[in-house]
Design a binder for this molecule. Structure first.
Ligand code: FAD
Ligand code: NAP
Length: 545
């Protein structure tokens, strides 16, 4: 028989960057929190993605929490872009430092969450029957945490070893002397390929869509830089809060056509030398004007041709008909050079799609590739996958999956009409993955904590996004993205990587700082666009909207 539900104020799902901060913030305010985590430790993305080369593509000094000055003064990052073990170590440190693990139930994938209208509480149940009941449900289940398994006939029957980048074993994997195949050339594949190539006897890269890859220029952080960061953290975090990407850099001020060809090239050269996503701070119109974007593409095309010796391979690595930046560009230092190695082969599975896996072979219409190991870097059911993997039921037992059958519907990416007292950290239609995520996570958690505090002070038992406000936000998000080049690609931002998934852009592209101000304004105007239900104390009106 299953245990009775644990009673609390807030149930949290997930213990990555978002869940950990939610637990910390809410328990610090005196709320009882129970969190469920599928993994057996904290870390989220950094717990699961242990593949060789896994690291952040936002620089570590700002891809980190800002909520505790003691924490940011105590922690030293060893690399400009830290690798997975160090980021996981950081999140473990946070969990221990703030004593968060006692609130988390590990090895507990949530399968069901139901709102009870009578009591205005959520009952949340994990696969093994453990459950909790609380007034609020806060999901921190991750935008990129639900693995997408490609529909490749016979994949499960592969007779060699199979590895998923997003569920990599904890023990080290040795590829020495082996014939390895990697399927997928998104950010995960691009980071893993150079490392695997350096070890394997032979590496076959199965590429369906070429990606624009930016240089990382990763390097050890100098002690002086760490000292400068610590002395200036206030200003750095402030810049993050006030920038479109939640990063501490100035944006562009000029169009790509405000300068001469030589000046434009010099701007690209300089940013290419700096490395990372800074490349996109070159000009204001890279994401809105196809001709401006083409100038950046031309620059990177030249770079690929200059680095990759075999012109046919170089041609294969150059993206076709895809503006730069509209699919998340991978960031790596050795990717293009890796294709100059004798033991690396690029296979075009756009022209020759994989038809199946048999025994030790991956088969395409053109060839049979004999492999010892297969690495799947084939991505995620992003933005909605982890939420819909749970059977979430709102008012009248309505299913979230039903509400989202035409694509995600959300007010501010934080709340869903028909699902009272549910908050989604970095939910669909918030800036989430187009912002530096720890900053985005902190902003959401702080807003949610403020809202819960407001409800407690006012004796309100339930809050729900208004259907009209939700639809207006969905329309606004769609309108903003329609003025950009994002719709010119098939990306996971749209759900295009999942067969049958409704095509709706899942991220708010209006910019993080602008979004943050909109959230603040909503709260200041008495949570405009939300309905409240009173009920704690007779003096409160039933509805206060
Ligand atoms: P996650 O870290 O995904 O954590 C979600 C947690 O919820 C997981 O532990 C998962 O096990 C748990 N969970 C999910 N469903 C359930 C369930 N039903 N029951 C119980 N538990 C559940 N973003 C950046 O801004 N910069 C970067 O450099 C960057 N690098 C990245 C690198 C990789 C390899 C990947 C995959 C993503 C990267 N991201 C990056 C995006 C990343 O999603 C965020 O930075 C951040 O890790 C999100 O934290 P989170 O807590 O919201 O989600
Ligand atoms: P992804 O970007 O979705 O890439 C998946 C790759 O697998 C694509 O190349 C895709 O090709 C290919 N693929 C899928 N199914 C296939 C099939 N049946 N046959 C052949 N190829 C197939 O996933 P990801 O690389 O895991 O990255 C997801 C996101 O996570 C990133 O965009 C980024 O936001 C984040 N991430 C960040 C970092 C970092 O540097 N910090 C590292 C890893 C991940 P198509 O493009 O043709 O679909």
């Amino acid at each position: 028989m299953s245990e009775p539900p644990e009673a609390c104020d807030v149930v949290v799902v997930g213990a990555g960057f978002a869940g950990l901060y939610a637990i910390h913030r809410l328990t610090s305010l005196g709320y009882r929190v129970i969190a469920f985590e599928k993994g057996d430790d904290v870390g989220g993305v950094w717990y699961w993605n242990r593949y060789p080369g896994a690291r952040c593509d936002c620089e570590s000094y700002y891809y980190s929490y800002s909520f505790s000055n003691e924490l940011q003064q105590a922690w030293d990052w060893s690399l400009r872009y830290s690798e997975q073990p160090e980021i996981l170590g950081y999140l473990r440190h946070v969990a221990d430092r703030f004593d968060l693990k006692r609130h988390i139930r590990f090895g507990a994938p949530v399968t069901r969450a139901e709102f009870d209208e009578q009591s205005a509480t959520w009952r949340v149940t994990a696969a093994d029957g453990r459950s909790a009941e609380g007034q609020f449900l806060v999901t921190a289940a991750g935008c990129l945490s639900q693995i997408q398994r490609p529909d490749i006939p016979g994949l499960d029957t592969f007779e060699g070893r199979v590895f998923w980048t997003a569920a990599w074993p904890k023990e080290p994997v040795d590829f020495t002397g082996r014939r390895v195949g990697v399927i997928g050339t998104g950010a995960s594949g691009v980071q893993a390929i150079p490392r695997i190539a350096a070890q394997a006897r032979h590496l076959t890269v199965f590429q369906r869509t070429a990606n624009w890859v930016l240089p990382a220029r990763n390097a050890r952080t100098a002690a002086e830089f760490n000292a400068w960061v610590k002395a200036n953290y206030g200003e750095i975090r402030d810049k993050c809060l006030n920038s479109p990407g939640a990063v501490p850099f100035e944006g562009a001020t000029r169009s790509a056509f405000d300068v001469t060809d030589e000046e434009r090239r010099a701007v690209y050269e300089r940013l290419w030398g700096i490395g990372g996503m800074r490349f996109f701070s070159a000009f204001t119109d890279l994401f809105t004007n196809p001709a401006a974007n083409e100038t950046a593409q031309a620059f990177v095309r030249d770079h690929i041709r200059a680095v990759v010796r075999d012109p046919i391979v170089a041609g294969g690595l150059i993206p076709k008909d895809q503006p730069i930046g509209v699919k998340r560009p991978p960031v790596d230092d050795d990717y293009y050079e890796t294709f100059n190695r004798d033991n690396v082969e690029l296979v075009d599975v756009r022209a020759w799609p994989i038809t199946g896996v048999e025994g030790h072979s991956v088969i395409t219409p053109e060839a049979v590739h004999e492999l010892d190991d297969l690495v799947l870097a084939t991505g995620f059911d992003a933005m909605t996958g982890a939420l819909l993997a749970m059977d979430i039921r709102g008012r009248g037992r309505a299913r979230l999956a039903e509400h989202w059958s035409q694509g995600p519907q959300s007010y501010l990416g934080l709340a869903v009409a028909g699902f009272p007292n549910l908050f989604t950290i970095t939910g669909p239609l918030s800036p989430s993955v187009l912002a530096n995520m720890p900053t985005a996570v902190e902003q959401h958690v702080d807003w949610i904590a403020g809202c819960i505090g407001h409800m407690r002070r006012e004796g309100l038992r339930a809050i729900e996004a208004d259907e009209g406000a939700e639809q207006a936000w969905v329309d606004h998000a769609a309108e903003v993205v329609s003025h950009t080049l994002y719709p010119r690609s098939n990306s996971w931002y749209f759900g295009s990587n999942i067969p049958g998934k409704p095509r709706r852009f899942g991220v708010y592209v209006g910019g993080f700082s602008n979004y943050r101000k909109q959230c603040e304004a909503v709260a200041q105007r008495g949570y405009e666009g939300f309905r409240f239900v009173g009920g704690i104390g007779r003096e409160r009106a039933e509805s206060v909207d």
